[in-house]
Each structure stands twice: as structure tokens, then as C-alpha cells.
Design a protein. Structure first.
Lengths: 404, 328
């Protein structure tokens, strides 16, 4: 009896995955541990490995095609075994369900059940559909925990409990016809996730904003000195380091809101937003407070490069309590950023430019940079955020302090 | 309220109705001198005499027809079948005459008759004597089919059946006759066509009747320990089905398991599932599952007989499956 290999869940937000490449073809012998396919998720490309021995008797999702998490992508069985029936995930028969061949992503925790469906078809119980309809929820956006990703009552209840109250919900979009026949562009997986998450975050996470101007002359000097040591340190690397050290010194900022409790983190992990084609991703520099500037520099460069190639592993873009979004290279003076939960805050970093300031009662020209903190008011308060920014400003203006 | 056995409850119903209405009489094999094969008619011969408690020869088709004729001319016969397995011989009288007379005579004839006797597996009686045949009779328009689970329902429903103007097929539980329960004394009527919520619950409805009710109760107690609240709907009447009660309960719990002793193919449970899918479609969170007798003839061996029938463990497993509470 052939057993199905399911599309694994490779990231917390993954609902479907695209097979970019089959590393094994039909008829190939498979041993447990073999990487069998490359899968593109909403965030990166990963290999999946088989946990069973046998032969790859049927591939049901071809290269370039997508399948929802939990849907069979191939079958492992005896040599030459025929697999009957359609590949589409179906409700289990009344007989005892046969064991699924286990597949886990390499270097990844086991997959969590997830929802959605092949070619846009959503499997949901009639009740779940009715509840979602009554609540104005998009059933396609829900996570299905039933067999083959079927969306059931408890999934809709979970979504309802997370959704903002109906009164607070603004219309998600206004249908538009458009002049001159605009082109209709289908949503990429990443665009879908960003759209959904940002629409949830803004009404869901109460933001507050604090802005501070930082004199960067001393920090820029460090960059020059690093150059002399043939180490490429960017302003952003210095900001990451300073943000991390400041976080170490303001432990109350290093928390995440968890519904009925708050988590106090012991390590300081800093996310850095990286713009990539059709979206963005936030790889995380772990223990950034412990790392040297050159370590941070090397790591951030490498993470950004792999982010653009979509080669990040899920654990490299999950976690952290703070993120840094830097639009300085575009000449943006200051802006406010949207918090990316589970982060409790985000720093929006503007460009470094010559600005006239007053020093000792006299006008002076300094290299100035604006930093705006967006804080999750459920876990951080204004005064706490202000103290944090004060420390950050001191660290950047007197980078020697980073050493202490 | 006194606790009496299921067979005693039936006996009370017969005695009370025979006392109340002199048109009522009992006919069947061993109902008189032997006091009933299962002692349901104990003492009735002495009380009402051989004109009203009639020992019939071993000829099911014959005495069933005698009953139908008596009903046509205004009597109210109760025809006891030693078991429903033997009543297969009388099928023609029950479905071709009793069920159709009112229709075929344009309402000029009535057939107020009760055919009653035990059904289901009796315990190591092998395949010919271990059948739950209720779906056979529930198939026919013109018949009412009842299958009470408790002594109180047995009494109240037999009394209602005897007073009903239509032929009623009453399938008693062969293994329930010695079961004790509280039964109201004297006038106690349970309406036909009304299901009964025997246990209130929130998470899943177990729909059943007759002896399977007790397995459902065991299953519900087990589920309760695991935090699952099961409602038990005892259909009691299998034709006409209490569709309102079925749909109402499933609308509340969103999930259902139908438990029947008989075979799955064209079983009563299939009809119940149809009622649910057409009446509560938008309220279903999972496909309705059925726990039935296995689709094989009954074995004589005790272990195989038990394995063939539904039990609490099978019901618990099905309930968890519709709740997505177990691995899938």
C-alpha cells in the first residue's frame, strides 16, 4: 500500500508550498533521510526529506505547481506499485486511516497541520463555512486543523477570537474598476501573507510612536576606522548593535505579548527588515548584543543576500523582540513602521544627513539621523520606550559606551 | 416509582389495556399456558381467559393473518411473535395486508393491530436468530415501528400502540427483558413518533434506540471523563422518525454518530443520516458517522458475536473522530 508524502509546514505562516524542483523522480528508490524535493514557501526555499524507505511511485504535484500544507505531493510504495485515485486531498474513508509517510523539512521541527487547498479549493465543514460567512471571515485565509487540512468549527472559533471586533473592522478593500483596463496581478504567496498579517496587525496591535534625533558624527567615525581595518561596517550594523545593547540594558523592552501573559526574554535577538522582490522579510540576528560589529556586519550582509535569494531557513526569520527598518538609503528622513508580531517594537531608521543644529547656543552642522520607535502598547509604555530611545541615542552618539 | 423489569412493564401495559378495552386480545405462540416464551404474558391467561389470551399454533403467517382479520372487523389484537426472526414468515400479512388495508379500501377499513416480540442478538443464538430487523418494517408506509429501550418507555409505548388506529410493529429488546427500571404505575402513555433526549450534551449527538442506548450511555460516560459532552437521543419510534428532534439536537452539537445494532446497508441509520444532511447541513462540522453491526452474518461463537456488534469503545472512537479529537 503506497503511503502519501504530504506537503510539510515549513514556516508558521505557510499555507501552501510550491515544488520548485523534484530531487527524485518517479521510480527512484528512496531511503529515509533522502531529500526528495525543493519547496518554495511564502518565505524561502527548503528541502523536504522522506522518513520512509521505498520507491517514489507517483508524483502528484509537478514542478512549478503548488499544494496546500498537508496535501499529498507524492506517494512512496513498493517498486512498480500503482497509485489509484486523484491526488487531491479527500475526506478519509470510514476505515481506519492508514499511516501517512512522515516527511519533515530538513533541520526543522515537525510540520503543524495547516489549511487551504490545491488550486484554490478550500475544504471546510458546512458549519465552518456558515460561521465564517456569518462573521465576514475569508474562509480561504483560515487555518484548517481537520483531516487533509479541513477547516472545522474550532478553526473558525480560533479565528473569531483573534479577529478584531466587527465594529472595529474597516472594509478590507474597495472594489475598483479602474480606467484604462488595469492589469490584474495575481497575489504571490508572500504578498498574500503580508497583506493578511499587516491588515491584522494594525488594528490588532495598539501602536504608539516616539521619535528621537541622533547625532551620528561619532558613529560615522567608527565606520571610517573600521574601513581602515578593512572591515565593512554600515550605519545599519552600528544601529543593530546599539539597539541590541540598549535592549539588554532595558530588559522590560525585551518582552512579547502573549494574550494572557507576557514573555520576558533572556536573549537579545534583533530582526532586520530586508526588502526583496515583491515584499520584505525580517531575518534575525541572534544574540546581537553579544556580537562584535564585524560579526554583525558579516552576518547581516549574508542574511540579506540569502533573503534576496529566498534561501533563508524559517528559524532565521522567526523570533526576536525588536526589528529595525532602515530606509536611510532612499533619503527618507523619518517614518513610522508597523510592528511585526511577535516583536514588541520596531525602529524606523531614517537617512543620515547634514542638519543645522544648535550646540552650546551656537548654530552648528552635524550628521543627524532620526529614529522612530513603534511600540506595542499592550506590553510597552511610553516612558519605557522613551528611556530605551534615550539609551539608544547615548550609545550611538558615544559609541565608546558600546564597549561597556 | 417502583422498579420493575422490562418484561413486567410490558405485562402491565397488556393487562391495563385489556382491562380498559375488551376489544384488546393477545395471540401468539406459548402466550397462554406457558405464560409466554419470555414471560411477558405471565398471568394474563388466568386473568382474561382463553378467549382473550390465545395460544396459536406454530404458524406465524396464519395467526398474523387472523389478527389482521380481527382488526378489520373492529377488534384490537396484539400479536406476539416469539422473535422477529420468526416473523419473517408473517411478512406478507404485515406489509401486504396490515400496512395497506386502509389505503386500498379508501379508508373504509382500519387495521389497529400491534405485532410485537423481541429483536436483536439474544446471545449465542447464531445467525438465523440474532437479527435486528427493524429496517425491514420501517421501509413500509402504513406501518409504525417502535423500539423502546427502557421499561418505562416499553410500557408507555405499548399502551399507545394498542390505542393507535394503525398497525404498529413493536420490536422489543430480547436482552432487555430482565432489565429493571423505574416505571410509573397505572396510566402511563408515551406518544409514538417522539424521540427522547436521554442525556443532554453539547459536543456530539449519539442517535440510537433499543439496546444500543445502553452502549451509548457507557460511551457518553467515558467521553465525559475526557471532557467531551455527548447528547444521547433515543429515537424510540423508528417510523415515523422524529425529524425535528434529530435536526434540533445536531444543530446544537454540530456532530452526530448514529448507533444501530443492525446491518449498515439500508439500515435505519442511513435514513437518520439523510434527515441530518438535509435538515442540518449548514450546522455539520464533520461527516456523520455510523456505528452498526458488522456487515456479516452473526457468528455463534461468543467472542465473534461480541466483535460483530457495536459496543462502547466503537462509539467512543466514532465520537472522537467526528470531534477531530483523535489522530487522523
Amino acid at each position: 500500500m503506497a503511503t502519501a508524502i504530504q506537503m510539510p509546514s515549513l514556516s508558521p505562516t505557510m499555507k501552501e508550498g510550491k515544488i520548485t524542483k523534484w530531487l527524485k523522480k518517479e521510480g527512484d528508490k528512496i531511503s529515509s533521510g533522502d531529500a526528495i524535493a525543493e519547496v518554495e514557501t511564502d518565505k524561502s526555499n527548503l528541502e523536504v526529506e522522506a522518513f520512509d524507505d521505498g520507491f517514489l511511485v507517483k508524483v502528484t504535484v509537478k514542478e512549478g505547481e503548488s499544494a496546500p500544507v498537508g496535501a499529498p505531493i507524492a506517494f512512496i510504495g513498493e517498486k512498480g506499485e500503482k497509485v489509484e485515485g486523484a491526488p487531491a486531498p479527500a475526506a478519509p474513508k470510514a476505515e481506519a486511516p492508514k499511516a501517512e509517510a512522515q516527511v519533515v523539512p530538513i533541520r526543522q521541527p515537525p510540520p503543524a497541520p495547516a489549511a487551504a487547498a490545491p488550486s484554490g479549493r478550500v475544504f471546510a465543514s458546512p458549519l465552518a463555512k456558515k460561521m465564517a460567512h456569518d462573521q465576514g471571515l475569508d474562509i480561504k485565509a483560515l487555518h484548517g486543523s481537520g483531516p487533509a487540512g479541513r477547516i472545522v468549527k474550532r478553526d473558525v472559533e480560533a479565528a473569531i477570537s483573534k479577529a478584531p471586533p466587527a465594529a472595529a473592522r474597516a472594509p478590507a478593500f474597495v472594489p475598483v474598476v479602474g480606467r484604462q483596463d488595469p492589469e490584474k496581478i495575481p497575489l504571490s504567496t508572500m504578498r498574500k501573507v503580508i497583506a493578511q498579517r499587516m491588515a491584522e496587525v494594525k488594528p490588532g496591535v495598539p501602536h504608539f510612536y516616539l521619535t528621537v534625533d541622533v547625532e551620528m558624527d561619532a558613529a560615522l567615525k567608527i565606520r571610517e576606522e573600521a574601513k581602515a581595518l578593512e572591515s565593512k561596517v554600515s550605519v545599519n550594523d552600528i544601529v543593530i548593535k546599539a539597539a541590541a545593547v540598549a535592549l539588554r540594558r532595558s530588559p522590560k523592552m525585551n518582552r512579547t505579548f502573549q494574550g494572557d501573559h507576557v514573555l520576558q526574554h533572556k536573549n537579545v535577538d534583533v530582526g532586520m527588515a530586508v526588502a526583496i522582490e515583491d515584499g520584505l522579510i525580517t531575518p534575525v540576528i541572534l544574540d546581537a548584543d553579544q556580537k562584535t560589529l564585524s560579526q554583525i556586519s558579516t552576518e547581516s550582509r549574508e542574511l540579506a543576500e540569502r533573503a534576496r535569494r529566498r534561501a533563508l531557513k524559517p528559524q532565521e526569520y522567526t523570533g526576536g523582540t525588536i526589528a529595525i527598518s532602515n530606509l536611510g538609503m532612499y533619503g527618507i528622513d523619518s517614518f513610522v513602521a508597523v510592528i511585526n508580531p511577535p516583536h514588541a517594537s520596531i525602529l524606523a531608521v531614517g537617512t543620515v544627513s547634514d542638519r543645522a543644529v544648535v550646540r552650546d547656543g551656537q548654530p552648528a552642522v552635524r550628521k543627524m539621523m532620526s529614529v522612530t520607535l513603534s511600540g506595542d502598547h499592550r506590553v510597552i509604555d511610553g516612558a519605557l520606550g522613551a528611556e530605551y530611545l534615550k539609551e539608544l541615542k547615548a550609545l550611538l552618539e558615544h559609541p565608546m559606551r558600546l564597549l561597556f | 416509582m417502583p422498579e420493575i423489569m422490562y418484561r413486567e412493564a410490558l405485562n402491565q401495559a397488556l393487562a391495563e389495556e385489556m382491562e380498559r378495552d375488551r376489544r384488546v386480545f393477545l395471540i401468539g405462540e406459548e402466550v397462554g399456558k406457558y405464560q409466554g416464551a419470555f414471560k411477558v404474558s405471565q398471568g394474563l391467561l388466568d386473568k382474561f381467559g382463553s378467549a382473550r389470551v390465545v395460544d396459536a399454533p406454530i404458524s406465524e403467517l396464519g395467526f398474523a393473518g387472523l389478527g389482521v382479520g380481527a382488526a378489520m372487523i373492529g377488534l384490537r389484537p396484539v400479536v406476539e411473535m416469539m422473535t422477529w426472526n420468526f416473523a419473517i414468515l408473517a411478512m406478507d400479512q404485515i406489509v401486504n395486508n396490515a400496512a395497506k388495508l386502509r389505503h386500498m379500501s379508501g379508508g373504509q377499513l382500519r387495521c389497529p393491530i400491534v405485532f410485537r416480540g423481541p429483536g436483536g442478538a439474544g446471545g449465542r443464538l447464531s445467525s438465523q436468530h440474532s437479527q435486528a430487523l427493524e429496517s425491514n418494517y420501517a421501509h413500509f408506509p402504513g406501518l409504525k415501528v417502535i423500539a423502546p429501550a427502557t421499561p418505562a418507555d416499553a410500557k408507555g409505548m405499548l399502551k399507545s400502540a394498542i390505542r393507535d388506529e394503525n398497525p404498529v410493529v413493536m420490536i422489543e429488546g430480547e436482552r432487555l427483558y430482565a432489565l429493571k427500571g423505574e416505571v410509573p404505575e397505572g396510566e402511563h402513555l408515551v406518544p409514538l413518533g417522539k424521540a427522547d433526549v436521554k442525556r443532554e450534551g453539547r459536543d456530539v449527538t449519539l442517535i440510537t434506540w433499543s439496546r444500543m442506548y445502553y452502549f451509548c450511555e457507557q460511551a457518553a460516560q467515558q467521553l465525559e471523563k475526557e471532557g467531551i459532552s455527548a447528547e444521547i437521543l433515543d429515537l424510540r419510534t423508528l417510523r415515523p422518525l422524529d425529524e425535528e428532534a434529530i435536526v434540533g439536537s445536531v444543530k446544537k452539537t454540530n456532530r452526530a454518530v448514529v448507533v444501530e445494532e443492525g446491518w449498515p446497508h439500508a439500515g435505519i441509520g442511513a435514513q437518520v443520516v439523510d434527515v441530518i444532511q438535509s435538515g442540518a447541513f449548514d450546522f455539520l462540522d464533520a461527516p456523520v458517522l455510523r456505528v452498526t453491526g458488522l456487515d456479516v452474518n452473526m457468528s455463534y461463537a461468543a467472542n465473534l458475536e461480541n466483535a460483530t456488534q457495536p459496543d462502547a469503545a466503537k462509539i467512543v472512537a466514532a465520537a472522537k473522530k467526528v470531534l477531530y479529537a483523535e489522530g487522523h
